[in-house]
Design a protein around this ligand. Structure first.
Ligand SMILES: *Cc1c(COP(=O)(O)O)cnc(C)c1O
Length: 415
């Protein structure tokens, strides 16, 4: 970044500080990951200069020969990775992917059904402060008292409200979704089933979490969570008819020119995900999440649903009398980054919460395994039980820094 350093010290310095923060903290935010330097290079390339409205071989501008090549590579890799017929790689984010699908299939005022935000769902699944719940009528299904999806309720609500679309998938649900059952519920209600695998995509690609591709009408995803690529959205389907609708809903429906540098970076990370090493990585992601949950539970914390089948889980902090926001703050001081998170039927407000969400993709990406998970989980418990112990917090901070130095990231990055 020599040019940036010379020209714009303000931005350059902030980037360097953020790089050091990433290097020196234990990152447990379940939706984050660490991309390869190859991905960073593609993303930082001259492709950002190119306008390419339209799709490969059907563009509105000239000079698209090489960006066509890039978008075709990204699509080929996506469809191969998820074993699906059609893919769209142009959406700028997961939210854009979901909105494009809503735009493709619905009219304003139509009813959509999604998991309650407070039970692990996502804003874009019909929540009232997002366009998905303002312009469409959102109906929520929930998890039961044990924290598992209540499919009987979903079936009842589908019969009652006759939604046009049911969204499955979540941001804070650690168990396996019964994609087939949801498709049956959707079918009998005359609804489309959209599976949003933003969180589970990497595990699904590696074959260690069930894929919804055979069951759902459309699958949406992010590219940057467990899938470990550049930020952005992905849409897939096996239906030619729906694929045509999706493409026109993305462009010209809701977006202008595609971000070709991002699409190139998507192609690179999807290429990485097709390699055998990726499968090993995802297996370790799962093993590490299970290990973290197990150690926390042994130390008196409560894991929602009692465990996890993926890269994340929710911790109910009430047994040790800590609020989610307090936990987030004190753990950050100790060098552990994670987010407060509501637990099902949380008595606290969203700004406070009774829980935290923990995810393993980033620490696993650094090469950490079960012994390090034991260390991290023990550190979390120690900090939460000694929230006012400045010395203990300092001691944990230096242990975590030490751990980060043993498992470094971006060693060859010259900023
Ligand atoms: C993260 C997430 C999204 C949104 O992705 P952005 O890229 O942040 O817009 C959509 N759906 C689910 C389930 C998510 O977890």
């Amino acid at each position: 970044m020599e040019n940036l350093k010379k020209q714009d010290a303000q931005v350059y310095n902030a980037i360097v500080k953020e790089l050091n923060r990433q290097k020196d903290s234990i990152e447990l935010i379940a939706s984050e990951n660490i991309v390869s330097q190859a991905v960073l290079e593609a993303q930082g390339s001259i492709l950002t200069n190119k306008y390419a409205e339209g799709y490969p071989a059907k563009r509105y501008y000239g000079g698209c020969e090489f960006v066509d090549e890039i978008e075709n590579i990204a699509i080929e890799r996506l469809t191969k990775l998820f074993n699906v017929k059609y893919g769209n790689v142009q959406t700028h984010s997961g939210a854009q992917a979901n909105f494009s699908v809503f735009y493709a299939l619905l009219n304003p005022g139509d009813t959509v059904m999604g998991l309650d935000l407070a039970h692990g769902g996502h804003l874009t699944h019909g929540y009232n402060n997002s366009v998905s719940g303002k312009w469409f009528k959102g109906v929520n299904y929930h998890v039961n008292d044990e924290g598992f999806i209540d499919y009987d309720e979903m079936e009842r609500l589908a019969k009652e409200h006759k939604p046009k679309l049911i969204v499955s998938g979540a941001s804070a649900y650690s168990r396996i979704w019964d994609w087939q059952r949801i498709s049956q519920i959707a079918k009998s209600a005359g609804a489309y089933h959209i599976a949003d695998i933003a969180h589970y995509a990497g595990l699904i690609a590696a074959g260690i979490y069930p894929s919804p591709i055979e069951h759902a009408d459309i699958v949406t995803s992010t590219n940057h969570k467990t899938l470990c690529g550049t930020r952005g959205g992905l849409i897939m389907t096996n239906s030619e008819e729906l694929f045509k609708k999706i493409n026109s809903a993305v462009f010209p429906g809701t977006q202008g020119g595609p971000l070709m540098h991002i699409i190139a970076a998507k192609a690179v990370s999807l290429g990485e995900a097709l390699k055998p090493k990726f499968k090993e990585y995802q297996k370790q992601v799962l093993a590490n999440a299970k290990k973290l949950a197990e150690v926390l539970e042994k130390n008196g914390l409560k894991i929602v649903t009692g465990g996890t089948d993926c890269h994340l889980f929710l911790v109910d902090l009430r047994p040790i009398g800590v609020k989610g926001n307090e936990a987030q703050k004190v753990l950050e001081k100790a060098g552990i980054t994670l987010n407060k998170n509501g637990i099902p039927n949380d008595p606290e407000k969203p700004a406070i919460t009774s829980g935290i969400r923990i995810g393993s993709p980033t620490v696993t990406n650094r090469g950490m395994k079960e012994p390090q998970m034991l260390q991290i989980a023990q550190a979390i418990v120690r900090v939460l039980k000694n929230r006012n112990g400045e010395n203990i917090i300092k001691e944990v901070r230096s242990q975590m820094l030490n751990l980060c130095e043993q498992f470094p990231i971006y060693e060859n990055l010259k900023y």
